[in-house]
Each structure stands twice: as C-alpha cells, then as structure tokens.
Design a protein around this ligand. Sequence first.
Ligand SMILES: [Zn+2]
Length: 180
Amino acid sequence: MPEKYTGVKFKVKRGALKRERVEDPRIADIIRLAKVLFEKGFAEENSGNISVRKGEGFIIKATGTKFASLREEDFVLVESFDFNNFVLENAIGQKLPSSETPLHYSIYSARSDVLAIVHCHAFPKGVVETEEAYHYGSREQAKAVCDLLKRGDIAIAKDHGVFSVGKTVEEAAKRILLNR
Ligand SMILES: [Zn+2]
C-alpha cells in the first residue's frame, strides 16, 4: 500500500450506539466464510469485511475485530448512517462498527438488490478497478466503488481491495474465491 494512504473515520452522534447483542442466523455464514477467505489467502487476519442487509440497515463487524477469527458478539447492526455529514446516527452492538461502514452503506443504498457484501484486501485478476487510489474509508472511495458496482457485481478499490456483492454471503464470497 502507498505511504500516503491514510484512513478517514466517520463521526459518531452522541448516544448513537445501543449496547445490545445483535442476533441473526447469517452471522454464522459471515464467520465461516471470512475464515475460508483467510485460509485460502484472500484476506489478512485483521482486515476485510463482510456485511448483510437487515431491515433499513446492515450488520457488519465491529471495529478492532479480527476478520479471520470473528465471534458472534463481534457484530454491529448499523441502523442509520448520514452519508452527507459522515455521521453514524444509530447502531446496536457492543462496539462501534468498522471504519469501512460508509462504503458498505453506500453500496446498499446504490443497489437495492444487494443483500450481502464481501470485502477483502485481495486483488483477483480480471476484475474492474477504480482509476484512483482513494483514502481508506473516504466518501470519494465509496463513490468510485459504487459507480463500478452499478455495472457489475465485483470491483476493486485501487490499492485497497475487492468488493463483491450478492443475495447471500456465500454467493458474494464465491465470486472472489473463483476469480483467481
Ligand atoms: Zn478494506
């Protein structure tokens, strides 16, 4: 990754996080497939992110959790995110959601048919890529990736990693696993 590559973190509205346990049967799919992606060399232990749509929001892993060894309690339900002001408004979970929340949010907004997103820091061959390398977690990166995902189900954020979408975690993960 280039040295100038820095992260952008969203703001959190006071009282945005309700500290309750999030439950969904698909959390088990996320844990299982994150492990598969890691073991097959598509993801580093600490990075990458899988999410599933739930109601008006989505479930994503909490910040500071390890992709390859996730537990049931590591997940957060992001109920509302203000993309224009880059503020997390409502979430349920024990910790704040991943810094990649804005990007997942914008994909779910751009594609109403998408129910799951798999993201990891791999670069499968033959996959369309953004023209520029944007700051990690930035609005610009989210927009560029979404533009590509309006035309297909898999895209790479240059110098960052791949995003694959589908109806299920399994479908989105397979598109990455079969693309090397
Ligand atoms: Zn990433």
